[in-house]
Write a protein that binds this ligand. Structure first.
Ligand code: ADP
Ligand code: MG
Length: 693
């Protein structure tokens, strides 16, 4: 094969492989497969298993089976009417019972199989018409040597299952892999020999061969484990590189002062929770170092993350340093402005907090920018975009980012005070992230968890309502809104297309307005809406009483007057996500309600929803989600940048811990990983590919 001769064959695009056409290249790209190396390293996630060969007599319609027999007829023909190319064959098993085989649009089958060949076929049995012979459509097949015994695992291994997108089939991918397989030995192993030995991991070439063409179940398991380890290892290496690059550029240390925290606490209208005090202390310790703080603050909605950030900003101010807080939306930025002012301005008379968002007038923005540049303003609250683009600080010491899943070193570069080094960095998220996942995907950060809610909150009454009883849900909404409250109605998640989601939400809003709540003022917000912020603002102001929203409405908006969260198609959301929605009510004094309506009223779906009704701890729900739907679902696709094999491996934290320890060992005396070029190259590639860097 010519490709083998190419020196850079592994880095060659997949189009270099025979039979990979332009549309295939695009399809593979969707699976993150761009090069021949990517193709080899992407193992099947499973294998079709049809079990040991069975006789034709006794096969039932719909059964998945393996049959061994001799080809007694085979022919290819063109179906003129439907323009389909049919290959039809018959095999007879050892006792002479016939099984019909049909392949659509696979004319090459007729060239590969001949009368008298002994073959194994595997597929789903169909009894085509009453009285007609049993048949299999598009079965997997393999020609057997004369007296060859069929090993069940081998027949089970006839067809790997790859992740697919439209237009691809596992058979196609298997064929391409086959042609690339001679290159397996050239794939550099990013896991050093000694590390492999310590953890009984097979080499990469071995894993590629055994993963794509296992002889036994054990082969496949070994290959998966090795690949998962390598991926976690590579990701941890990437984190180590980030940490090294952050550490290489020092921050100005912010000395801890007892009197600052005393003044801060004295100015609050409440007592800090134990968890808040711990997180504040974590931050103070980090900020006192010359290595910039890089900390994630993870706490449920309402756990009081803002107060932690405010304490850090107060400490920075006491050292003469400025802070910046970035929010994902303008509304959230405005809410932060008010809260930070309430927390800080009375206790720290010289500390001014300013807002910078695009909705402001030009002179106002100029004024705030000038105040930031002169150092006069201690804290600027704004949206991410604005701050990235325009603001200069005299002396930036702390950057806080709220609800931004990823905020990488590159963006951090943009945030630099004149003269001073990097700012200390604090990210806040309400997405509950179990420890293993946090270590795996936020491995470059230290994590503080707010696992305690401020006292005195009345739990949101959560009810799973049978779709037949939707009227009862409407009654609750009506009762609450009539009493002066407000309600959210969340439309079902439509993953296929945002356009469809928008259309169905629009229709639902109209229907609710005309047929269900003609007496109330309804509003609609969705991801495509330009006036999103305005609509939200009108809801915050109470002008809109019932807000219909798609699943993409921003998190964290504080509307204390909202007391009902009604979620349609609740079974399509993750438990942690439902919990996030619920967190948007119950912020005021009134008793609040969360109403869950399932599209699929099956017992399984309802039982899952009952968990949300029973459990009010976001972390506990996240763990349930993890156990039920797989760890990857928690964060949404791609955000984590891990394959599902690696994600699955996180169910058992041992492998991750091993990968972390090994990387720590490697970087202990080689922080740039220069002695491990293959690993460094792979980690760097990963940083470039994902948004981590
Ligand atoms: P988060 O950002 O974590 O969702 P917030 O910081 O917005 O939470 O806090 C939610 C509400 O709880 C705010 O009104 C805040 O003033 C209040 N709060 C924060 N900490 C406490 C506390 N320790 N005790 C009582 N209320 C608190
Ligand atoms: Mg918040």
């Amino acid at each position: 094969m010519p490709i083998v001769a190419l020196p850079q064959a592994l880095d060659a695009p997949v189009s270099a492989l025979p039979q990979v056409k332009a549309p295939d290249v695009k399809r593979l790209a969707k699976l993150d497969i761009a090069t021949v190396r990517d193709l080899l390293l992407t193992l099947p996630f499973d294998w079709e298993t049809y079990g040991a060969p069975t006789e034709v007599v006794g096969l039932r319609d719909g059964q998945q089976a393996t049959v061994v027999g001799t080809v007694t007829s085979i022919s290819a023909k063109q179906s003129l009417r439907r323009r389909i190319r049919l290959t039809e064959a018959t095999i007879r098993d050892d006792v002479g019972a016939a099984l019909r085989l049909v392949w659509f649009n696979q004319p090459y089958v007729a060239k590969q199989l001949h009368n008298g060949d002994r073959i194994a076929v595997a597929g789903t049995v169909k009894s085509a018409r009453f009285g007609a012979a049993l048949q299999m459509q598009n079965p997997h097949y393999e020609r057997l040597e004369d007296r060859e015994e069929v090993k069940p695992t081998r027949v089970g291994g006839l067809m790997p299952k790859y992740h697919l997108v439209e237009g691809l089939s596992s058979r196609k991918i298997a064929r391409w892999v086959e042609s690339a397989l001679p290159l397996a030995d050239r794939v550099e192993d990013i896991v050093p020999d000694e590390v492999r030995d310590r953890h009984r991991l097979i080499g990469v070439a071995d894993a590629i061969r055994k993963g794509h063409k296992p002889e036994t179940d054990q082969d496949f398991a070994d290959a998966r484990r090795r690949m998962a380890f390598a991926e976690l290892f590579e990701l941890q290496a990437a984190f180590a590189l980030i940490r090294a690059s952050i550490a290489a550029e020092p921050a100005a240390p912010i000395a801890y002062r007892q009197e600052v925290i005393e003044a801060f606490k004295a100015g609050l209208a409440f007592e800090l929770t134990r968890a808040q005090r711990q997180a504040i202390w974590d931050a103070f310790k980090d900020m006192a170092q010359t290595v910039p703080m890089n900390r994630l603050l993870n706490g449920d909605v309402g756990s009081g993350k803002t107060a932690v950030a405010a304490a850090a900003a107060a400490m920075a101010h006491a050292s003469g340093m400025q802070s910046v807080v970035m929010a994902p939306t303008e509304i959230l930025a405005r809410q932060h402005l008010h809260r930070f002012r309430a927390y800080l301005e009375d206790s720290f008379p010289g500390l001014t907090v300013e807002l910078l968002v695009s909705g402001q007038s030009a002179p106002e923005r100029r004024r705030v920018r000038a105040a930031a540049a002169s150092g006069h303003c201690a804290l600027v609250v704004g949206t991410h975009a604005l701050i990235e683009e325009e603001v200069e600080f005299a002396n930036l010491g702390l950057a806080v980012v709220d609800e931004q899943h990823r905020f990488g070193t590159r963006q951090r570069e943009l945030l630099r005070g004149k003269g001073s080094g990097r700012p200390h960095f604090l990210a806040m998220t309400a997405t509950p992230i179990p420890r293993t996942l946090a270590l795996a995907v936020y491995g470059e950060m230290s994590v503080s968890v707010l696992d305690e809610m401020p006292p005195g909150r009345t739990p949101v009454i959560t009810e799973v309502i049978d779709p037949d009883e939707r009227v009862r849900a409407y009654d609750i909404v009506r009762r609450e809104v009539a009493a002066g409250g407000q309600a959210f109605v969340i439309c079902p998640l439509i993953e296929e297309s945002e356009t469809l989601a928008v259309r169905s939400a629009t229709a639902e809003a109209e229907r609710l307005q005309t047929e269900v709540f003609p007496e109330f003022r309804l509003g609609l917000v969705h991801g495509r809406l330009k006036e999103k912020d305005e609509v939200m603002q009108r809801f915050v102001a109470g002008e809109i009483q019932v807000l219909v929203a798609t699943a993409v409405v921003e998190v964290g908006v504080d509307v204390p007057n909202a007391s009902v969260m009604m979620i349609e198609g609740a079974d399509r959301f993750g438990l942690a996500q439902l919990h996030q929605f619920r967190g948007r009510v119950g912020r005021g004094a009134a008793q609040s309600y969360c109403l869950l309506l399932a599209d699929d009223p099956s017992d399984g779906a309802l039982q899952r929803l009952e968990l949300v009704a029973r459990i009010h701890d976001g972390f506990a729900l996240a763990r349930e989600d993890m156990d039920r739907r797989g760890i990857g679902e928690l964060m949404g696709p791609r955000q984590h940048g891990l394959t599902d094999a690696a994600m699955e491996s996180l169910r058992d934290p041992a492998l991750l811990d091993e990968a972390r320890e090994e990387i720590q060992r490697l970087v202990a005396d080689d922080s740039g990983l220069d002695r491990f070029p293959a690993l460094k190259a792979a980690a760097t590639r990963r940083l470039e590919m994902t948004s981590i860097s």
